[in-house]
Write a protein that binds this ligand. Structure first.
Ligand SMILES: Cc1cc2nc3c(=O)[nH]c(=O)nc-3n(C[C@H](O)[C@H](O)[C@H](O)COP(=O)(O)O)c2cc1C
Length: 162
């Protein structure tokens, strides 16, 4: 794996996925970019949950502030997100629909409150049918600080860590 061709990209609402993304990036290196929606989600949990549900039900594609100049240089894209309503937040759907990931390898990771990866991996495969999608990592929000064994084991299995 060449760090020059590796991108770690993530969306995070309350910081858990950012923590996990930074942990992954410290091992795989490469570039790291946060997906930021044009219209940020309110910090208040219930309001965010309501908006996320409406967006999911309507298949919304919220606009993104984040633009990636040269997606072509990456072969390996780690994509991280919190589990929202059983899948990825809609800004992650926007991101995956907005660039050409064909022939790239996509490596999903998420933080969650109990749903693990939900149906997010199937959704990634639908959005990126020409990509190779590797086994994803799901870390429970309550285990985030103590789950380096799961992270290291996953990266070793993917042959990205000695
Ligand atoms: C809008 C919303 C929807 C959520 N839906 C789920 C869900 O369906 N399943 C689940 O396990 N956790 C769910 N959660 C909990 C988050 O996935 C979990 O706390 C995650 O670690 C938050 O990551 P973040 O700090 O990077 O935003 C939801 C949280 C929010 C705000």
């Amino acid at each position: 794996m060449n760090p020059k061709n590796t991108l770690v990209v993530y969306f995070s609402h309350s910081g858990n996925t950012r923590t996990l993304a930074n942990q992954i990036h410290s091992i795989v290196r490469g570039d790291i970019i946060e997906i930021e929606p044009e219209n940020p989600y309110p910090a208040d949990y219930d309001t965010a949950v309501k908006r996320a549900k409406q967006e999911m039900e309507s298949g919304a594609r919220p606009g993104l502030k984040t633009k990636i100049k040269d997606i072509g240089k990456y072969d390996m894209v780690f994509i991280g997100y919190p589990m929202w309503w059983g899948t990825m937040p809609m800004p992650v759907h926007t991101f995956l629909s907005g660039y050409d990931f064909s022939k790239k390898t996509i490596v999903p990771f998420c933080t969650h409150g109990g749903s693990s990866l939900g149906h997010s991996v199937e959704d990634i495969k639908k959005l990126c049918p020409q990509s190779t999608v590797l086994e994803g990592l799901a870390v429970s929000d309550s285990d985030l600080k103590n789950d380096s064994d799961a992270l290291n084991g996953w990266l070793r299995k993917l042959k990205m860590k000695a």
